[in-house]
Design a protein around this ligand. Structure first.
Ligand code: GDP
Ligand code: GDP
Length: 460
């Protein structure tokens, strides 16, 4: 359990330099392209062994334009809302500016927990700025140099007690908040599901033009991706935290990296790698297809990768508003799905229109369900009842005249669910019977949309 730190401040104070220092090269992508606009970025920070999440609002150019000023404020507010604590940076060489004062007021009004950082204070620079910073009324200013790495020990000294505080709080909260006892009589005897209090991690993947940006913007319902005319390109793979119909989510955005790209080639390469990174990041992968050109090679490859990586998968067919013959089209899609992606058997297929927002409620429900199933634990008693019924209905084969015996089944892991079946001569078991067992598990315990791992093990 870690905490989240938002780095806020007016443009050019060094937010992204600090973000890069804390996060390293894992997420940030240093590029000298001028006129590049970024939005909220999120990364996993490390500071002398302290780990936490950092959010950055960097990249908004210095402008006098009111609309962008407004956006800066909105982004700042959002970053602060998402964070447990905010690091408010000013430029120690410039001193306190009117924009700094506006932002300081904003932070105070929100009652945010704030650390005041005076950046560009390497050596003796910024001493005056640090004195002036007291006037902001945000407590003792911390002198930093994001570029030269000075003041990092002080930052650590402020953050370390916070980390402890959050760990303690998490430990206290856990038993009450997190246990979700399943409803319904048929679920009696199931082990309680532990739903982590952290946001559900979602990635939307699919070929260019499938509608990923449109969908993500819809889900966020906000202009966090800054698709306005001032925007340049979204350089980094971003994950954004949001509340989607009451569900805390974190969504990984790989979209918007290409079309608006000025440095096209470099970004094309990156976006492929990022698609894969997105899958690794996600708990639930939404494979977004264009209804007009569904199941292209690229779609199949990425869906297969999601399965191999053990992610829960929901297939969403987009641009459904353009379909005239919806019934027929749906039947055709389902047939293609079964034929082309047998490894994702049972994954939900949802039709949506990112443009109009239709079907998004169903997509939401399918994602929650897939996530739930991905986390599911089946009791050993139920599993063995099930195993008995399965072998009775279809006894295992008898290669060489001796029947393979299935003795005992147990679930060994979740995320995705993994099972072990103890049996005689596991090496002689044909794939077809293993598939029968996996499909049986899926049906008996209602586990669509998740890969199921089944291992056969001999005794001894
Ligand atoms: P942002 O817009 O707030 O994200 O600011 P940047 O991180 O892009 O930094 C703006 C400029 O300030 C860049 O030219 C940085 O190299 C420079 N800068 C950032 N941190 C420091 C620092 O600690 N000392 C000095 N001297 N310059 C810095
Ligand atoms: P991305 O490349 O996957 O991020 O795709 P975009 O979100 O940029 O969308 C590509 C194009 O498809 C844009 O012109 C969108 O307006 C359009 N589009 C996206 N979703 C829909 C939809 O549900 N219906 C229709 N008719 N067009 C859509």
């Amino acid at each position: 359990m870690t905490f989240t730190l938002a780095i806020v401040g007016r443009p050019n104070v060094g937010k992204s330099t600090l973000f890069n220092r804390l996060v390293g090269r894992r997420l940030a992508l240093v590029d000298d392209q001028p006129g590049v606009t970024r939005d909220l970025r999120e990364g996993e920070a490390k500071l002398f062994g302290l780990r936490f999440t950092v959010i950055d609002t960097a990249g908004l150019e210095e402008v006098t334009d009111d609309s962008l000023q407004g956006r800066m404020r909105r982004l700042t507010e959002r970053a602060v809302d998402m964070a447990d604590v905010s690091l408010f940076l000013i430029d120690g060489r410039v001193g306190v500016t009117p924009t700094d004062q506006v932002l300081a007021d904003l932070l105070r009004r929100k009652g945010a927990r704030v650390i005041l950082g005076v950046n560009k204070a390497e050596g003796r620079a910024g001493e005056d700025g640090a004195l002036e910073a007291w006037s902001l009324g945000l407590g003792e200013p911390l002198r930093l140099s994001a570029e030269h790495g000075e003041g990092m020990e002080d930052l650590y000294a402020v953050l370390a007690p916070l980390a402890e505080e959050f760990e303690e709080r998490a430990a206290q909260d856990a038993p009450e908040v997190d246990v979700d006892i399943p409803e319904g009589s048929e679920d009696e005897g199931e082990a309680p599901r532990i739903t982590p209090a952290k946001p559900l991690q979602i990635a939307v993947i699919g070929r260019p033009n499938a509608g990923k940006s449109t969908l993500i913007n819809r889900i966020l319902g906000e202009d966090r991706l800054l698709t306005g005319p001032e925007a340049g390109i979204t350089r980094d793979a971003i994950s954004v935290r949001a509340d989607w119909m009451g569900t805390p989510i974190r969504i990984f955005d790989t979209a918007g990296m290409r079309k608006r790209a000025k440095v096209q080639e470099k970004l094309e390469k990156l976006s492929v790698a990022d698609g894969l990174r997105a899958v690794r990041f996600a708990e639930v992968v939404v494979v977004l297809l264009d209804a007009q050109i569904p199941f292209e090679t690229q779609d199949l490859r990425i869906a297969d990768f999601a399965e191999t990586e053990g992610r829960a998968v929901v297939v969403a067919v987009n641009k459904w508003d353009l379909e005239a013959e919806k019934q027929e089209k749906l039947a055709e899609l389902k047939e293609m799905f079964d034929r082309l992606l047998p490894q994702l058997r049972g994954a939900p297929l949802v039709t949506v229109s990112a443009l109009t927002g239709r079907g998004l409620d169903r997509l939401h429900a399918a994602i929650l369900k897939a996530h739930d199933v991905w986390n599911r634990r089946v009791t050993t008693a139920k599993l063995n009842q099930w195993l008995g019924a399965m072998t009775e209905a279809h006894p295992p084969p008898a290669p060489g005249g001796r029947r393979i015996k299935l003795r005992y089944a147990t679930q060994v892991k979740t995320r995705p669910p993994g099972f072990v079946v103890m049996c005689s001569r596991p090496d002689d078991m044909p794939e077809s019977y293993k598939r029968y067992l996996v499909n049986g598990l899926r049906e008996a315990f209602d586990m669509p949309g998740t890969p199921i791992r089944l291992t056969l093990r001999g005794q001894g």
